[in-house]
Structure formats: C-alpha cells, structure tokens
Design a protein around this ligand. Structure first.
Ligand SMILES: [Mg+2]
Length: 432
C-alpha cells in the first residue's frame, strides 16, 4: 500500500480530514497535516467519544478514528484537502455501534452467504437562504415545480459545480433536476457497492453543503422543512450480486425480479416498522411519511408497508429489471445505517425465504384506505423506536450493543422533543 504521505506529495494534498459519522449522522473530523498522516494511519486520530452522538461517557478512554485509505477523496472545491472515512475503535477494537463498523459487519454477513449488495441513493435537498428560514429563490413559486427548467437554470452555477465535482471524482453522475418542492433539487450518480455508496452519500452531503455555502446558499436534507411542500426523500435502489451476476435479475418474471429479490423485499416488509427507526430517524421524519397531500398534489412518500411495480405510491417500487427502489428513507437517514438496515432486513428475508405476498398495483394515495391487512408505517419516532426495541431480528443482526446505544440516544432525542412546548399546543389548549 502506497503511504498516504507519498500520495499527498504527488497530489498536492496539505491536509487530511479524518472523518467519522456518529449515530445521528453528524460527520466529526480532525484536520491533520500531511506530515502527520502516516502516524494517524497506524493509530487513528483521537476523539472524546462522549462529545459526539455515540453512547459513551466522559470517563471512557480515547476513541480513535482509524482512516480507511481506500476511501480517500480529494475535495474538488479545495484540492489541498483529502477526506478519509474512518472507523471508530476503542481499546484496540472496533466500536460495535460505530455506524461504519455496523455496515461493515452486515456486508461481512452478506459475504458469508455469498452475496454482495449494491445500492444507489437519490439525495433530495433544498437550497435555502443562509439563515435556513426560506428557499433561496423567491421566484421559484410554481404549484407544480418538478423539473422546472427556469428555476433549475437559475441555480446552474451551484448545481454544475457539484456535478462537475462528481465527474472529477469518477462517480459517473448522469442527471440533475429540480424536484417536486419549490427550492428542491436532486442529483443522480451511479450505484456501487454498499460501502462505497455509503461513503459517497456521506461525502455528497458534506460537498453539497460546502459548495452551496461558497455560493452564499445553504443546503438542507431535513426530511420535511416546509409543511406544505414535498419533503426530502432518500430513495434507495438495491440489487444483490455474486461476482458479475446480478442475482435479482430474472427474465422469466413479469417485472424482471428474481425470487431472491422478492425474498429481500419480503424482509423489508416484515421488518419495516422497526427499520423505520433507522431509515426515518428524526421527529421531523414522520411529517414526511403519513403526510397530507402537498401543494404539488402528492407527497411522493409512503404511508404503508406495501410493494408494487412501476408505481411511486408504495414503499417499494420495482421500476426495472433486476432491482427495486426502497422509497421509505429520508434525508436524515445515516448513510451507513441506511445501507446496514436495508441489508440486515433483506438478509432476514432471504434466510427465512420470506414471501412478500401479492403486489398491489393501486394508487395508494387515492385507494389506500380500501386495502385490508396492509401494515401502516409508524406514525411517530416513538412508535418506530418501540418497534425497533422489540425487534429480535434486528437485535440478532446488529447485536445488543448497537441496539442499546441507538435506542437510548434516540429515545433521549424523543424525550427532549416532548419537553419542548409548541405554539400549536398553546393555541389548542390555552383556553381549555
Ligand atoms: Mg426524487
């Protein structure tokens, strides 16, 4: 392996960001001069774990973030800095609830069964004014703003700077558009191995925010920043591979999906309520799913645990041969836990040869109330966390330490929200 100090000298990298993602999806870094990087590759960069969203105490020893040299990305907007995804370790062992460690464990579990998951993510986001109060473009007012050419081109400079960066990084971006909410955009790049996609997903969020800030704008991936507008989804496209063979492809199936693909889907349906605690991890997430119709005419977010063919009103859509789209996750989903959660649920479906039942081809937004036996998604974070706590399948997959750490920190998050007194409560209760 070429030493990173040598790579730094060749590419003009002066500093490295040694970056790990905590349980709440926040990226934490040390900025390390190139002169010190080889030592950091041996021992990692030191952090006080309790100071981040990890389940640790102030009395715990140093936590080290050990960089993965394969993840190196030279910042396209500041090439003298190299970003490295890192894995948290303590007392010489991987921290079991470190999100990137959690994903690597699921990838190893899949590999032991002879599978490799590939995934692509669609990271919807809003471009806001710097204070975060409103969308940045006051002229962006169409009732149906999706694919609005004029509004897209008013943001040409920032969108193309991000897209150019992805071209340089070799991610093969192929389209950018204005999405269904005023001020909302999406950029698509090629799918890849789950760990690569998770690293790119994390980096994309950092990059989109950083480049937007350069342009005097602000990016948010918040699931529902405006109650009347479509929220930020993070639709995830999934396939399972062995070598060069896509094990989800099957010409004989009407939708081109193999039995293994249907079993994977059945795993997501079976574990969906518990999984929602991971894929929709914030109080705000539940204002995107189960939401009333937006001003554009649809939320584009699911309400039930159902699957279908090429129809965007269900949690899972099979749009094309050999893959499916999981439409539940939102912009707050931790890039690593999202992939780990999808994979764990899918592997359960495969192990248990689960059957997803018959697909539903109806418009769930119009006719959902007629469907019997369709499981509803949790209505709030607490319901999701209760399902998560109870899930023996997720506990088996992720281990006790992750389940406890995540459940504990997220429940504290919920409790803090409950202590918050809102204007709505005063308006509805003051005169009781
Ligand atoms: Mg979209």
């Amino acid at each position: 392996m070429t030493k990173l100090s040598k790579i730094a000298a060749e590419r003009g990298i002066k500093y490295f960001l040694i970056s790990f993602t905590d349980l709440f999806g926040v990226q934490r870094s040390k900025l390390v001069p190139a002169e010190a990087i080889d030592g950091m590759m041996k021992n990692g960069a030191g952090f006080a774990g309790f100071a981040t969203w990890l389940d640790m105490t102030p009395a715990d020893p140093d936590m080290f973030a050990l960089p993965d040299p394969d993840s190196l990305i030279q910042l396209p907007w500041k090439p003298e800095v190299g970003w490295l995804a890192a894995d948290p370790i303590m007392n010489g062992k991987p921290v079991p609830h470190g999100p990137r460690n959690v994903l690597k464990a699921q990838i190893a579990a899949a590999a032991a069964m002879g599978y490799q998951m590939k995934a692509g993510v669609e990271c919807e986001y809003f471009l806001l004014s710097p204070d975060g109060e409103a969308i940045s473009d006051s002229a962006d007012k169409q009732a149906k703003p999706c694919y609005d050419q004029q509004a897209l081109m008013r943001r040409y400079d920032v969108i193309t700077e991000i897209c150019d960066a992805m071209i340089v990084l070799g991610w093969n971006p192929y389209q950018n558009d204005h999405e269904d909410a005023n001020g909302q955009f999406e950029m698509n790049w090629d799918y890849a191995d789950a760990l690569i996609t998770a690293d790119r997903h994390a980096f994309f969020k950092f990059m989109a925010k950083s480049i937007a800030e350069k342009h005097g704008l602000r990016v948010t991936f918040m699931p529902k920043p405006f109650s009347n507008l479509t929220g930020n989804g993070c639709h995830t496209h999934v396939s399972m591979w062995r070598g060069d063979t896509n094990l989800f492809a099957d010409d004989k199936d009407e939708l081109g999906l193999s039995e293994l693909g249907y079993q994977f889907i059945a795993g997501l349906l079976h574990n969906g309520e518990a999984l929602t605690a991971i894929t929709n991890p914030t109080v705000n997430s539940y204002k995107r799913i189960n939401a009333p119709r937006t001003t554009s005419g649809a939320t584009w977010a699911p309400n039930t645990l159902t699957f279908t063919g090429n129809n965007r009103t269900h949690m899972i859509r099979i749009p094309d041969d050999g893959r499916f789209e999981f439409r539940l996750a939102d912009g707050a989903a931790n890039p690593y836990l999202l992939q780990a959660g999808v994979l764990a649920a899918g592997l359960d479906g495969i192990r248990e040869s689960r059957d997803p039942g018959k697909r539903l081809d109806i418009n769930m937004y119009e006719e959902g109330h007629k469907v019997r036996n369709a499981k509803r998604l949790p209505l709030n974070l607490l319901d999701a966390l209760r399902a998560f706590e109870k899930s023996t399948i997720l506990r088996q997959a992720f281990g006790h330490e992750f389940m406890t750490a995540y459940g504990k920190l997220k429940l504290a998050d919920w409790n803090e929200y409950c202590r918050h007194l809102s204007t709505w409560e005063r308006d509805h209760t003051l005169d009781c």
